[in-house]
Write a protein that binds this ligand. Structure first.
Ligand SMILES: Cc1cc2nc3c(=O)[nH]c(=O)nc-3n(C[C@H](O)[C@H](O)[C@H](O)COP(=O)(O)OP(=O)(O)OC[C@H]3O[C@@H](n4cnc5c(N)ncnc54)[C@H](O)[C@@H]3O)c2cc1C
Length: 501
């Protein structure tokens, strides 16, 4: 029985580990934190639990790729997720004009709603959505199709900057802005983020949007249970501090606690900027390290977690986006002390047995790392009174903005807690608190092109830095990584065979 050691017990490490264990490897996952999960971790404050990262899920509709992977792993029926309202998965409100858009799930309903709001743009809307779906067809793995070639040739639109892609179909600047409302879900940068990323994320959620029912942590625990079931283990408080290389192969890894672990294969799922310092000099080509050390990462966020007084605030079964005005969706990370946050995303995550009232609300506001740079040398729990005061100020600004849509919300709040880009940086070891790994650039795609294989023969890569991030991107990369060991299309074919039975 061959073995695999996985560095990082976040979503990428656990799902790659689960796939490898399912294929017969003895898997051991090493996680630096006290809890597994990374972006799936939940935490509790004053008796209320919250999700640290992932909230909005896609790919779980009947036949969806993520659903099929979870079915193949045998854990789909235990997963607790809730589909958002079919007639409104996302509600987008512009404060400047009071415009409010309620966008349903499903391609047809989504198209019809947009055409109702912007009848003069109907033809462009239909063509734009067709173009989005066409781009997703170029990414076979998105639909769990076996690859026919190792390198795919793409259309010109594939790498076109997403904002320009939208503008090619749509004339009305308000609609151009609205069609980019999911930007905070992929960290898009105008003139750079490729249209294929915009399309994959939009199509993923239009096809069906879900939230966790209860703690996101339970997804991590289900994946961990697959690893245990196949004889593996997931160890916490095991921060990898060094990777030892002998004869161009990993020989062992060491952890801060002083333990040494050995395996046949090693898979790193941590950010590459966090991986490089663990390797001895010369283990990887200097040009590779320089390229990926200098490549930009996506922006970060400030997160406000509200706990509500009992039966005070209604449960809302969709995600909401509040924007100050049109024309700002691509620039939310540009901080302006007077106007921040220019936009926010909120949801009331479903909690077990909650009834018609919400227990909690999570509000994500894009924020650049520069805003917390002055505290970057501090660590969790020791950042000082000025940092705490600054966080309270940001929280109050967010509540002020929420009051513009929910006038009574302040009276409903029992207490709140916050997370800043530094929290994200330190919990996940994510450089600059980046939400989604590297920032992809359609004008310079080679800069962040990362293969799951490395020049170190038995060291593979997985996790959100390799391809796409999130609930769909990370599992698809996990398949790619696992297939580096078992052979191209082996796992995709097995998943399809299993699910077609
Ligand atoms: C605030 C936030 C909100 C998000 N919202 C969504 C959403 O709604 N929907 C969505 O699809 N995606 C969302 N994402 C993205 C999603 O969470 C990530 O794409 C996903 O978690 C990435 O998985 P990963 O394994 O690559 O990284 P992570 O989940 O971050 O896991 C990396 C793990 O490695 C561990 N680690 C780091 N260094 C070491 C070391 N030296 N030794 C051992 N372990 C180490 C970390 O502690 C961590 O547990 C969100 C992310 C954030 C931060």
């Amino acid at each position: 029985m061959k073995s695999a050691l996985i560095i990082g017990g976040g979503f990428g490490g656990l799902i790659t580990g689960a796939l490898l264990a399912h294929e017969g490897l003895r898997v051991r996952v090493l996680e630096k934190n006290h809890n597994i999960g990374g972006g799936l971790q939940s935490f509790t404050r004053q008796g209320v639990y919250y999700e640290t990262g992932m909230h909005i899920l896609g790919g779980f509709s009947e036949g969806g790729s993520v659903r099929r992977i979870f079915e193949y792993l045998g854990i789909m029926d235990q997963l607790r997720i809730e589909r958002c309202d079919m007639d409104c998965m996302d509600e987008v409100t512009y404060l400047s004009t009071g415009d409010n858009y309620r966008l349903p799930q499903g391609r047809e309903a989504f198209t019809e709603a947009l055409c109702r709001y912007f009848p003069d743009e109907s033809e462009g809307i239909t063509r734009y959505l067709q173009a989005c779906y066409d781009l997703t067809e170029e990414v076979g793995i998105f639909y769990l199709r076996p690859s026919e070639t190792v390198f795919a040739i793409h259309s010109d639109r594939f790498m076109q900057p997403a904002d320009e892609f939208i503008a090619d179909f749509i004339t009305d600047p308000r609609l151009r802005d609205l069609l980019a409302y999911m930007n905070p879900m992929y960290g898009g940068v105008p003139g750079h983020t490729p249209a294929y990323i915009h399309s994959l994320i939009n199509v993923l959620y239009i096809s069906g949007q879900y939230h966790f029912r209860g703690r996101s942590q339970h997804m991590a625990e289900l994946l961990s249970s697959v690893i245990y079931e196949h004889g593996g283990e997931v160890l916490t408080n095991q921060a990898v501090s060094a990777i030892n290389i002998v004869d161009k192969q990993v020989e062992s890894v060491q952890t801060v606690s002083g333990s040494t672990f050995r395996a046949d294969y090693y898979v790193s799922t941590i950010h590459l900027k966090a991986l490089f310092p663990l390797l001895p000099a010369g283990a990887l080509p200097r040009a590779y390290i320089n390229r990926l050390t200098e490549a930009p990462v996506t922006y970060s966020a400030f997160i406000l977690y509200l706990a509500f007084k009992p039966e005070s605030f209604p449960y809302i079964n969709h995600t909401g986006y509040i924007q100050d005005d049109y024309g700002q969706i691509w620039n939310h990370n540009e901080y302006d002390a007077a106007t921040w946050p220019r936009g926010l995303m909120y949801l009331t995550p479903p909690t077990e047995n909650q009834g018609p009232y919400a227990v909690r609300m999570t509000i994500n506001c894009i924020m650049s790392y520069d805003q917390v740079k002055r505290w970057e040398k501090t660590s969790i729990g020791h950042r000082g009174a000025d940092y705490e005061a600054w966080k309270r100020e940001q929280a109050e600004r967010i509540i002020d903005k929420l009051e513009r849509v929910f006038p009574d919300i302040r009276q409903c709040i029992k207490n709140y807690t916050t997370a800043s880009p530094l929290t994200i940086r330190d919990y996940y070891a994510s450089p600059q608190g980046a939400l989604y790994g590297y920032s992809k650039d359609g004008l310079d795609p080679a800069r962040t092109l990362i293969s799951p294989v490395t020049r170190i023969r038995n060291l593979l890569l997985s996790g959100q830095c390799v391809n796409l991030h999130g609930i769909c991107g990370v599992p698809l990369t996990a398949i790619n990584t696992a297939e580096c060991i078992f052979g191209l299309n082996t796992i995709v074919n097995k998943i399809n065979d299993y699910c077609n039975k």
